[in-house]
Design a protein around this ligand. Sequence first.
Ligand code: FES
Length: 356
Amino acid sequence: MTPTFHTLTVKEVRQETEDTVSIAFDIPEELMESYQYKSGQYLTLRTEIDGEDIRRSYSLCSAPHENEWRVAVKLVPGGQFSTFANEVLKAGDKLDVMTPMGNFTIDSDKSHKRSIVLFAAGSGITPIISIAKTILTQEPQSDVTLFYGNKSISTIIFHEEVEGLKNEYMNRLRFINILSRENLGTPLLKGRMDVEKTNQLFKVFLETSTPDAVYICGPEQMILDVKESVLANGIDPSAVHFELFTTPNSAKGAPVEKYEGPQIDANVSIILDGDRFDIALESDGESILDAASKTGADLPYACKGGVCCTCKAKVLEGEARMDVNYALEPEEVEAGYILTCQAHPMSDQLVVSFDD
Ligand code: FES
């Protein structure tokens, strides 16, 4: 389904910590089907600030069984959307919200008996808490270990909710708090989740049980470090899933090699919602998404940084390459999918479909 914006009513804006609010939306009956989601997916919110179209993606912290659509927005100093969400937005306001997207998901099955290990840092907890709630409620035989890194106790988002889950699922949820600026009484729980810390955590908490799946969400460096440690501890790469919650500021770790070859002039046919239109893309390095948007096409996008996968499309004819790809799984790339915000033609004819 092509991601689509609808104008929704804000049901509640709740202060979660000093600098984070969570926002719940009312979904009208007729849109229920379009807004069905899996734990780990995100919503893209859109508003206009000073005449500028501002879009930001936020992971859902609610879980599907809760019949709620709630995201958390942390105030970023100078951040246009996060300031608006934290200081202006209130219940009853209308906001453009895209239908749920994202690959960082988990499918639950009552018969599964598995060990799920979750690593979150800061507001990276949002998709992670959703995944934890889904596994704890939908898979009665599975257990969850949650490592959650923060600066201090007061900055822990959803602290009470996680503690509540721990009390409710005492035998199936292990919750390990790691703080970088406060002491919890043991050196193991003090510091950042880097390679060394994750190795120590593995040794202490995971030596006797091998995780069946690992989900990591946080800033880029944290993901790279935790992933390195997890793989070094023998976990199969196919069992390791990660989601960046910020646009990466370096190409380090981007799973695409730097391209140094020539740019190509191309005719690009774009298929969207059953319509087909052509653009002439010049070899000036502009992405397919930007070039098509300039012609007035309303293509879906959110981050424009190769992170969120909202702009995903399939190459039906010809070839394209991407600058960076933090969002598509290797199988999707293999199947011909591209992130159009990062994509450039490698052949002079290209057909790209947003409908496949
Ligand atoms: S718009 Fe987010 S990956 Fe392209």
